[in-house]
Write a protein that binds this ligand. Structure first.
Ligand code: SF4
Length: 358
């Protein structure tokens, strides 16, 4: 399939003639013809081209709990898609066939922003999610899709590592209603050695989202045995979240499975996730979840005041929901942080691939 030539933003020319991409903190410096580390942005003459604009690796309808977002219209369905490439280089990537793709023919589905928003409406989705690979690298496409969605009353969700430059961050998150940001670890060593990125810019994005936007924020940490799952690191991360973001930001600890360049590391035992959750709760975080395992306790939303179970889940499925439509506990009337409406059934643990465009 021929690549689209859509002009990308967020770059400037350097004195030595190279073009610096300012979209993410990697700041790739490109000679004519070169592609950035994310692969989908390419310098062609004196233009930055977003080669993935309008082209997706496929569309699926998922439960919102799968993003994971547990406090953003629970039970609703979300139309999810991504493109190819990624601006991180995680050795443990759990989606590497998409994110590491160097073949533009992986981008099978071509779809305009209007076509995507229309499909979300037709399928009754509450939101559209930019996910599977990191939407930062296809920011212009995601922002145009977001505009089309908002024009139809559809919400937008970014599932991202939060590795984005300052100017793009402002533009991008002005178009998002919710974000799940991967905080991949709480040491810069981990970021540097296992992801090709740095920790500090991700922390800056988290603070920006929480304090300077109205974007609903949840955080995910994939726990990898022996790499980022020590008690000290989890305690430090939880403390930082409580202090810098507030104790009402939901935190998800999810299970790693051996993949990509990390097939020598065993899967995360459920006991590690449960222990991490206990530590984070002890540090004062109010909503801490375990993911990618069957753990009803770890998937349930409890009232932070009277501790009543309010949304009982098993994996991505809601077993019962007692939350009021205002998002309060029916027993003690405490407010639960999040975006809620009347719960009227759920999409459930399905995943429905759909076709949009040609
Ligand atoms: S978005 Fe891509 S091209 Fe731009 S700096 Fe990041 S990795 Fe490099």
């Amino acid at each position: 399939m021929k690549e689209a030539l859509y002009p990308g933003r967020y770059w400037h020319l350097l004195h030595d003639g190279r073009m610096q991409c300012d979209l993410c903190p990697r700041n790739c410096r490109l000679h004519a013809g070169q592609r950035g580390a994310c692969f989908v942005r390419q310098r062609i003459d004196d233009q930055m081209i977003l080669t993935a604009y309008g082209r997706s690796s496929g569309f699926c309808i998922d439960p919102i709990e799968k993003k994971p977002l547990n406090h953003f219209y629970p039970g609703s369905s979300v139309l999810s898609f991504g493109t190819a490439g990624c601006n991180l280089a995680c050795k443990f990537c759990q989606n590497w066939d998409i994110s590491k793709s160097r073949e533009m023919d992986k981008l099978a589905a071509a779809a305009t922003p209007d076509a995507i928003a229309n499909a979300a409406t037709a399928y009754g989705c509450k939101s559209v999610a930019f996910t599977y690979n990191d939407p930062v690298i296809f920011a212009e496409y995601a922002m145009d899709v977001a505009d089309a969605c908002h024009a139809r009353g559809i919400k937008t969700v970014a599932v991202t590592a939060g590795y984005i430059g300052e100017e793009a961050r402002r533009d991008f998150y002005a178009k998002m209603d919710a974000a799940n940001v991967d905080l991949k670890a709480f040491t810069d060593d981990f970021y540097f050695n296992l992801t090709g990125a740095r920790l500090q810019p991700v922390l800056e994005t988290l603070k920006y989202l929480k304090h300077e936007t109205g974007v609903w924020l949840e955080i995910t940490t994939l726990l990898i045995p022996g790499r980022n799952d020590s008690k000290d690191e989890i305690r430090a991360e939880s403390r930082w979240i409580a202090k810098e973001l507030g104790n009402d930001v939901p935190l998800h600890f999810t299970a790693f499975h051996p993949d990509y360049k990390m097939t020598d590391v065993p899967p995360t035992p459920p006991s590690t996730l449960a222990r991490a959750r206990k530590i984070a709760l002890a540090e004062g975080l109010q909503y801490v979840y375990t993911g990618n395992v069957h753990d009803i306790d770890g998937a349930t939303t409890y009232c932070p005041t009277c501790h009543a179970p309010l949304i009982v889940r098993d994996w991505h499925e809601i077993e019962s929901c007692r939350l009021t439509q205002e998002g309060t506990c029916p027993d003690c009337h405490a407010s639960i942080a999040g975006r809620f409406e009347q719960f009227s059934g759920q999409f459930g643990r399905r995943r429905i691939p759909i076709r949009i465009g040609g």
